[in-house]
Design a binder for this molecule. Sequence first.
Ligand SMILES: Nc1ncnc2c1ncn2[C@@H]1O[C@H](COP(=O)(O)OP(=O)(O)OP(=O)(O)O)[C@@H](O)[C@H]1O
Length: 351
Amino acid sequence: MIDIDGSYGEGGGQVLRTSLSLAAITGESIRIAGIRAKRRRPGLAAQHLTAVRAAARICDAKMQGDTLGSMMLEFIPGSAVKPGQYTFDVTEAQQSGSAGAMTLVLQTVLLPLALASAESQIILKGGTHVPFSPTMTYIEQVYLPMLRRMGVKATAKLRAWGWYPQGGGEMHIKVNGNGKINGITLLERGNLQQVRGLAVVTELASHISQRMANRAQNLLHQAGLNAAIQALREKGIAPGAGVFLTAEYKNSLTGFGGFGRLRLPAEKVADIACRQLLEFHHTGAPVDEHLGDQLLLPATLALEESQYGVSKISTHLTTNAAIIEKFGLARITVDEAKKIVAIAPIRVNLS
Ligand SMILES: Nc1ncnc2c1ncn2[C@@H]1O[C@H](COP(=O)(O)OP(=O)(O)OP(=O)(O)O)[C@@H](O)[C@H]1O
């Protein structure tokens, strides 16, 4: 049994999700105390409980503490990870509905299923574009393509947009099994090829998406970037708006978004997304702050060492590194001055 302190470092949901992924992959039992202790409403929220149940389903885990608000979880895997067809729906954890980020549920089970013995198909229902989490657009255009370069083959289709607070989005994922993960070396990002963007509304007038698209296009052109922004009116159960930008560099990818809200002019939504992208662009770094913490897990499970430069060393990154090291699966070195992360996997027999 590995004991995890859920309040360590960032003390949020990621400590839980990384522990669940590694428990499923290694077959090790875990006990996590102080789950999300540093959050305003600590314990398992709908998104986290959905991730807990999803991880349990793929490896037949027995559990204690798997209830909303729980700050303690015991998770005892009962089998090797089983490939198959799964549906994970955040409303099963919270019947009143939730925009819990299903992308984070996906990240919990993706690598376990990628390493399993056959293909899996996953349907996820809930939030697809939620602040403070990777959007589904980021998953499709940044995270999965970067994982593909490491040998993890998975594709995603967005069927309905799910915004905060109503959720109601849906995405379909196919994960090839039998994955062998390669290390990644990413110290130079190369030249910018282009910026692709989506200016999206659901259940709102299409002139809003057009205004967001025009503003983003103008700002990026003024900054000298080659950008193509598409205005879209899409399917979703509630009104929502956002601008999602993906920058393609020769060797790397990154993505940023801005979310609409009541009384925020469409142009401001575009400004938020563009400002983040331009800030990142000027750092010259190959990997953004968020991908920086998200690449640690695949790099740990890889056959070779990895090394990459990031725009910022976040507490998410250092916390995730400490949790991974607790499982004894990698030696992770973070050079704060050079902003370079190195991961040396320690090969153990994975279940
Ligand atoms: N704009 C973004 N783009 C891509 N990824 C993001 C973005 N914002 C946050 N993330 C990622 O989402 C994850 C959030 O982890 P965190 O521990 O904060 O968990 P949480 O479960 O969402 O929430 P809580 O903080 O409420 O516990 C991190 O991996 C972080 O890199």
